[in-house]
Design a protein around this ligand. Structure first.
Ligand SMILES: Cc1cc2nc3c(=O)[nH]c(=O)nc-3n(C[C@H](O)[C@H](O)[C@H](O)COP(=O)(O)OP(=O)(O)OC[C@H]3O[C@@H](n4cnc5c(N)ncnc54)[C@H](O)[C@@H]3O)c2cc1C
Length: 404
């Protein structure tokens, strides 16, 4: 089996579908491959904060998402380890953002994003498991693997890897000097009617520096999960993360109370998360987008927003480079520079937020003070969601506000 295109995008998650849609809209012949058949499950909290909503709105997808059952959320409620909580409305957050978030199962969101890419002209091949890269004189010129069990190849002068947290292809591309530490998350669905339309974040002491969540979904359901941000190898942490999940739903008083009598639907699923923002995101004939570039928020674990944005940024650079007929690493490096200009200082700041603030006593103190001080509450919510101006959350002035 053999295909050719101008660009191959491997992975039809939010990053791959956004890239493929934008490339196709710019007239580039784009082939989108995924090992799965859609709609497919993706282990996720299904929560979209205002920055993700802003990109989806720009793509013109909001009406379709709402028609498909997306639920509008009004804000975030943060529970400190000691049990105190604060709530902040999305209308109070930084920047020119929509005043609401959304929740929608990834099974639905990703299928709609894929449909959007196909409507823009992208050709989609499902059940194509890519296991290697084709090279010619040091440049990547396509991919190989198995499609529906048969050997298959796809050739193109440019490949975008949008394969999420799994690293085999990124390692084969030579873009990771070593396997970075990964975080882990686990989630399950529950029948849980009558929840407020807010995202609940529970900084349970057994999960720090991670947290647990209850996110309401439409139809009286909820996505309940835990994120263990401590890092570790992908295999080693999968089982413990599911154990952390069971502990969270059975021991956390706020959560136990809400889940009493609720029915769990389906299994608890866990999956790794990469939050390392790769130093290099291109080589000759290849770009990394979304979580394949280590783009998930190191504090909240949110990744859909970065996946969509980086997919669009990569598509712009790729289309320009194709026009110029220059797909060398040095031409494509402009994408990496834009990515780092946009996210690097924010990710460094979030790393500090995680190290300094995601501790039991500190969080208890911040939430206690934030209950009385709106400015601190605003800062905490923005820091957790990665919206704070880099540096502000960890400035001396902020530290002073927390301590005194
Ligand atoms: C438990 C958990 C909870 C999360 N909660 C949230 C949340 O509430 N909100 C949020 O914004 N983010 C959340 N995230 C992060 C978010 O899920 C990811 O950051 C996001 O999905 C990344 O998008 P992507 O397109 O880069 O990759 P993915 O969505 O992972 O898509 C990658 C695609 O590539 C395909 N693929 C992989 N390898 C191959 C291959 N070799 N050949 C062919 N196809 C391949 C896969 O089938 C998949 O369809 C969570 C993550 C976890 C683990």
């Amino acid at each position: 089996m053999e295909w050719t295109a101008q660009v191959i995008v491997v992975g039809a998650g939010p990053a791959g579908s956004a890239a493929a849609a934008s490339l196709s809209a710019q007239g580039v012949d784009t082939l989108l491959l995924d090992r799965a058949a859609f709609p497919r499950e993706k282990t996720c909290g299904d929560g979209l904060t205002p920055p993700s909503v802003a990109v989806l709105q720009e793509l013109g997808l909001l009406p379709k998402l709402e028609a498909a059952g997306a639920l509008r959320t009004t804000g975030v409620r943060i529970f400190a380890p000691g049990g105190r909580s604060i709530e902040i409305g999305f209308d109070e957050l930084a920047g020119e953002l929509p005043a609401f978030g959304l929740t929608i199962p990834r099974r639905i969101l990703d299928a709609l994003l894929l449909e959007h890419a196909q409507q823009a002209g992208a050709r989609f091949v499902s059940r194509f498991h890519v296991d290697g890269l084709l090279r010619d004189q040091g440049a990547v010129v396509g991919v190989k693997g198995k499609c529906n069990g048969q050997r298959a190849v796809a050739r193109a002068p440019l490949t975008c890897l949008a394969t999420g947290a799994g690293m085999p292809l990124v390692l084969k591309a030579g873009l990771l000097p070593a396997v970075p530490p990964v975080s882990h998350g686990a989630r399950a669905y529950y029948d849980l009617p009558a929840l407020d339309p807010v995202l609940q974040l529970h900084f349970d002491r057994s999960l720090l520096p991670g947290y647990g969540w209850i996110f309401p979904l439409s139809g009286g359901r909820a996505n309940v999960g835990v994120g263990s941000l401590a890092g570790g190898s992908p295999r080693r942490r999968a089982a413990p993360t599911r154990q952390l999940f069971e502990r969270f739903v059975s021991h956390n008083a706020h959560v136990q109370g809400q889940l009493a009598g609720a029915r769990r639907i389906g299994p608890v699923r866990s999956y790794p998360l990469r939050t390392d923002l790769a130093a290099r995101t291109q080589t000759n004939g290849l770009l990394l987008v979304g979580e394949a570039a280590g783009l998930a928020n190191p504090v909240s674990g949110e990744g859909v927003h970065y996946a969509l944005e980086s997919g669009l940024m990569a598509a712009q650079v790729a289309a320009e480079a194709l026009l110029e007929g220059d797909l060398t690493s040095s031409r494509l490096a402009v994408y990496g520079r834009r990515l780092h200009e946009r996210y690097a200082s924010g990710f460094r700041c979030l790393g500090r937020v995680r190290r300094w603030y995601l501790r039991e006593r500190v969080l208890d103190l911040i939430v206690q003070k934030a209950q009385r001080r709106p400015r601190l509450k605003y800062l905490l919510a923005n820091a957790v969601l990665g919206l704070t101006d880099p540096g502000e959350a960890t400035s001396l002035a902020t530290l002073a506000k927390i301590l005194f």
